[in-house]
Ligand binder design. Structure first.
Ligand code: ZN
Length: 351
């Protein structure tokens, strides 16, 4: 592991821990501070003497730190956004670091690994869990319990419970997101869904916002699961429904999530994998960091990486930029804008 990568990891993991344990500086952040100070001193730049100065520095784009080794990883993005916390790019960096081949939150990754390692693989249970996580971002204790009990597997029972956190005591702080159903939180006098409020950019919130009226215990998806499983899952589900409506035979998460969607075209199959990254640089890094061997998964005929339409709308040129910055060992991967799925399928039928 390079020093820059390790340092960034400790800083980001430390900041993430700090969001939950507010009254003390986590050991990981202390280590990140130390490693960063060392790198700065080696470059003859004076290091941040305390955590206030450290946070000041971390709010600046990495390109302004004076450490070229670090720029490779986060380009012109900062680690921290004022009033918000960790930046989307920082979270994506950690996600790729934690699960370089899957880009799932660690809670979902452990379910995936368990279902894959079982003999026979737990294909159907895995699909049920993913669908539950996508469609039930906030649940009551009874709903959650009822579902995990049907899985009939104590290990899965615990792993699915672990995707949620209890919000019973603080439920009045939240409103229901009209687009995805997760929790809206007030920041700067605005109700926002998650760190980058993707939902708010797609759908306006002019209507009366609802809160949860229940006397039962209430749980919501943990932030990582919401962001990296549920939100992209909505796009996967929409693409699935759209294709089914057009008469295609489609299966979600075939072979325990080898891909997101499997579309049957006569005697053969097309595989679609949605990749939901905030910018093409993070996604390029996700592919470029993998070995040619790991990338074989995406090399076969009829395999497409799909960029959700809300990403390409928000970041014009996402697909073309991504194609340009993929390393030579990764540039054979077929990248597709979500809105071109149907056109691609028609072309595949013809060839
Ligand atoms: Zn939302």
């Amino acid at each position: 592991m390079s020093d820059a990568k390790e340092t960034l990891y400790y800083l980001i993991a430390g900041l993430e821990e700090w969001e939950t344990i507010k009254n003390q500086i986590p050991a990981t952040l202390q280590k990140g501070h130390l490693l960063l100070s060392r790198a700065l001193m080696e470059a003859e730049i004076s290091p941040p003497p305390d955590y206030v100065a450290l946070l000041d520095l971390l709010q600046k784009p990495v390109t302004q730190w004076g450490l070229p080794e670090f720029e490779r990883h986060l380009m012109d993005q900062p680690l921290v956004v004022p009033y918000i916390g960790l930046s989307a790019a920082a979270r994506e960096f950690k996600l790729i670091y934690d699960s370089p081949e899957e880009a799932h939150a660690k809670e979902v990754l452990s379910i995936l690994q368990y279902c894959r390692s079982n003999v026979p693989q737990l294909d159907e249970q895995y699909r049920q869990i993913r669908m539950f996580l996508i469609t039930k971002p906030v649940v009551t204790y009874n709903e959650l319990n009822l579902f995990v009990t049907t899985l009939g597997d104590i290990s899965l029972y615990n792993s699915v419970r672990n995707c949620y956190e209890e919000i019973t005591q603080v439920a009045s702080r939240y409103r229901k997101c009209p687009r995805c159903g997760w929790t809206l939180e007030q920041r700067n006098h605005q109700w926002l869904c998650g760190i980058d409020d993707i939902c708010g950019q797609i759908q306006s919130r002019e209507q009366q916002l609802l809160s949860w009226s229940t006397t039962e215990r209430l749980f919501r998806l943990r932030t990582g699961v919401y962001r990296y499983t549920m939100l992209p899952g909505l796009a996967e589900l929409r693409a699935h429904d759209e294709l089914v409506k057009r008469g295609y035979e489609v299966k979600m998460f075939p072979d325990v999530d080898r891909f997101d969607l499997e579309v049957k075209l006569g005697q053969r199959y097309i595989y679609l994998d949605m990749k939901d990254f905030s910018n093409p640089f993070s996604l390029a890094k996700f592919f470029n960091d993998q070995t040619a061997y790991q990338l074989q998964k995406f090399s076969g005929k009829g395999i497409y990486i799909v960029i959700p339409e809300y990403r390409t709308k928000r970041y014009p040129g996402f697909v073309s930029t991504l194609r340009k910055i993929l390393s030579p060992h990764a540039n054979h991967i077929r990248i597709l804008d979500e809105k071109h799925i149907l056109k691609m399928l028609k072309e595949e039928v013809e060839c």
